[in-house]
Design a protein around this ligand. Structure first.
Ligand SMILES: *Cc1c(COP(=O)(O)O)cnc(C)c1O
Length: 376
């Protein structure tokens, strides 16, 4: 059994459906100084580095909290008060980094494109050439707002050519879309326990280039979000500085074991690609259209345009699909009215087919003949 039969399946950007094994790992209490618990911490940090071929150039520093906490911790720790960031924005998570920079009172520029458009590489190149003060470039790998896959390798090449520091929010891609430190030059990549790695929420982590982290001493604006301090403490004592999220960590360890059993990044990618294909095919048969063309679509979350039929009311649709056991996600796009269906988490082909069945049945109940959007 993979799930509790009465739990909804979460077709969302997170929190996500986790396996029964992962949930069961949490039925114990752990002391933070317990030797087995310390070993689990050592093990997951090493595995995350290996996943990105980032050993020995980078180190893994975890941080309590949701994904946003680790992103803010990385920006606050690595960008010095006199630094300047260029933020590539094509959705809410890129925009959120500007808010963090406002709180940090650190200087930044933005390069913003619509939610269905990747950054314009020639502009990135010319901006870096023009402004030598820019020390860091911030980008989101898969912008979960739309599900768009940003061209991380080309962006990394340009940033490396200009010898600037690249910080990647790979929250919704890490573990399912390859990102290899020996091919893509980055100073930090941020992700969390709960997205493609299928742990439970409550912890983020960053893979940080060792010399960049060494140089970051004294940058942080915040004690609890100081990654330099978190790292130094872990290296010297094997302990977290403050109470570790013990249950999240043991569940994560169990989730990583299943990740490896599935074939690592390649295996996970394969399942999500298949989930994504089934969803898009099935939804297209019902008349729905995706926002993104296939070449920009990451196999993480899919944005569908709102149907034209006035009988289609999204909140009614959402509630009816939820009653049938599937949680969808509203859109938050400015380019088009839309909603989203995720294909990550502990979900398989069968789950996708059943979700499509629930959607088709719901459309019947609502008297909506087709999911076709209006043509403008
Ligand atoms: C989920 C996500 C985050 C973190 O969001 P939280 O709600 O804080 O966990 C950050 N960036 C991206 C791209 C995400 O998908």
């Amino acid at each position: 059994m993979t799930q509790n039969p009465n739990d909804s399946r979460l077709l969302t950007p997170g929190p996500l459906t986790t396996s029964q094994k992962t949930k069961l790992a949490m039925l114990h209490d752990w002391g933070s100084r317990d030797t087995e618990f310390i070993e689990i911490n050592r093990r997951f940090r090493k595995q995350l580095l290996e996943m990105a071929s980032a050993e020995p150039t980078h180190v893994c520093v975890p941080m309590q909290g949701s994904g946003t906490f680790i992103v803010e911790a990385v920006l606050g720790s690595l960008i010095p008060p006199e630094g300047k960031a260029l933020i590539l924005i094509n959705g809410a998570y890129g925009r959120r980094m500007t808010k963090m920079m406002d709180y940090l009172k650190r200087e930044y520029l933005v390069h913003e494109t619509p939610e269905d458009t990747v950054p314009i590489l020639t502009q990135l190149d010319s901006t870096l050439a023009r402004d030598s003060k820019i020390s860091h470039v911030l980008v989101v790998h898969c912008e979960t707002t739309s599900g768009i896959l940003n061209p991380i390798d080309e962006i990394a090449n340009i940033v490396a050519r200009h010898a600037r520091s690249l910080l990647i929010d790979a929250m919704s891609a890490f573990g399912a879309i390859p990102l290899e430190a020996n091919q893509i030059r980055f100073d930090a990549v941020m992700a969390s326990s709960n997205k493609c790695l299928e742990g439970i929420p409550g912890m983020g982590f960053a893979l940080i280039r060792k010399d960049a982290l060494e140089r970051s001493k004294g940058n942080a604006h915040s004690l609890s979000l100081d990654l330099y301090d978190q790292w130094k403490n872990m290296e010297t004592t094997s302990q977290w500085r403050f109470t570790p999220p013990t249950h999240v960590i043991v569940a994560f360890d169990k989730a990583l074991q299943q990740f490896h059993e599935e074939g690592g990044v390649i295996g996970r990618n394969k399942r999500y690609v298949e989930n994504c294909r089934i969803l898009i095919d099935g939804m297209s048969r019902l008349g729905f259209e995706t926002l993104l063309p296939p070449q920009l679509q990451a196999p993480i979350i899919i944005t569908f345009k709102m149907p034209e039929d006035p009988k289609f009311d999204f909140s009614d649709f959402y509630e009816r699909v939820k009653e049938k056991g599937f949680v969808l996600y509203p859109g938050k796009l400015t380019v088009a009215p839309s909603f989203r269906i995720g294909c990550i988490g502990h979900l398989f082909e069968d789950d996708m087919h059943q979700a499509l069945g629930a959607i088709e049945k719901t459309m019947g109940e609502m008297g909506v003949a087709s999911g076709k959007p209006s043509s403008n």
